[in-house]
Design a protein around this ligand. Sequence first.
Ligand code: ADP
Ligand code: MG
Length: 342
Amino acid sequence: MYKVLSRFFTLLLVLVFFFLAGCTKGPPSQSTFMLGTVCTVNLYTQGSTALYSAIFSRLQAIEALMSATLTGSDVDLINQNAGREPVKVHEEVLEVLETAVQYAELSDGAFDPTVGPLVKLWDIGSETPELPSEAAIREALSHINWRNVFIDRAAGTVLLKHPGMVLDLGAIAKGYAADEAARILKEARIDGAIIDLGGNIFAFGAKEGDTVPWRIGVQNPLDERGTYIGVLTVQHKSIVTSGVYERYADINGVRYHHILSTKNGYPVDNSILSVTIVAASSMDADALSTTVFTLGYEKGAALLADLDKAEAIFVFTDKCIRLTKGAVPMFTLTNKEYRIVE
Ligand code: ADP
Ligand code: MG
């Protein structure tokens, strides 16, 4: 009898637990494959089907405008008309492209939104990646030059000056998308949420109704996904990483990653394994993670100091970590194999 009763109470407790959990939790986080990656939004207790669908429709609309691989996107139309005629594009595309061009200028072309011919040539995500020939690399490089992007604000058009030019906003569009998702959350007066567009994170507001900061893990570039070297403690900040481990192809036993040098046409090789940027704007964080990665530590850190709107965590091949001044109070090292150096 006692056993039966105790089972009954256990069952009752479990039921009560699920009932309470159901009341307080709201819909769980939602994930969809978009923008070439897995996009996850977690609204914790404040989720609703309507809000999730508003966010994901927004992300899809951005992809439909800015994808370089979707036929008929604004970026695709610009590419199809390279060397021919200006293309009328959506206001948002102008805004993102203008920002991309600014970062190209700031980095003297190390970051370049016209890197498309090289991205296509390497095709890092493909099933059967191949090492491009020197001649093909030289040919691709000859089409890359952000100075040949003509943006006419008044007319709302974009022209790529020469045939063979290809625009690719892959290093900045996800950041813009995360900012747009954050804008929707702000309008809905959400206190806290995590927007994660394939590692491009916006830690929105704070945890538990404005009180507790978010703790975001910084990926160990040399270990499995989800293994961290340390933790960033932040409130209402975007965190974006560019790393050698994000996308790569193994060709003849050599690993080639997806951030390409506009100087020599090969994956950038400069002893940086990853750069994590913390900033208020995710578009800045995204563009800067790639820009700083391509520039290398010295020039990258100098650019960050000049701009004074983003902090960074650099991880190097020798397992040293360097932090910008403002990143020091945010970052806690948890993996003892790594060490922070000045
Ligand atoms: P992820 O896409 O993994 O988040 P990034 O934000 O660093 O990483 O962007 C890498 C993407 O940016 C590449 O897949 C490619 O589309 C594009 N890209 C590669 N090299 C450059 C470069 N030198 N300048 C601008 N964009 C680049
Ligand atoms: Mg980027």
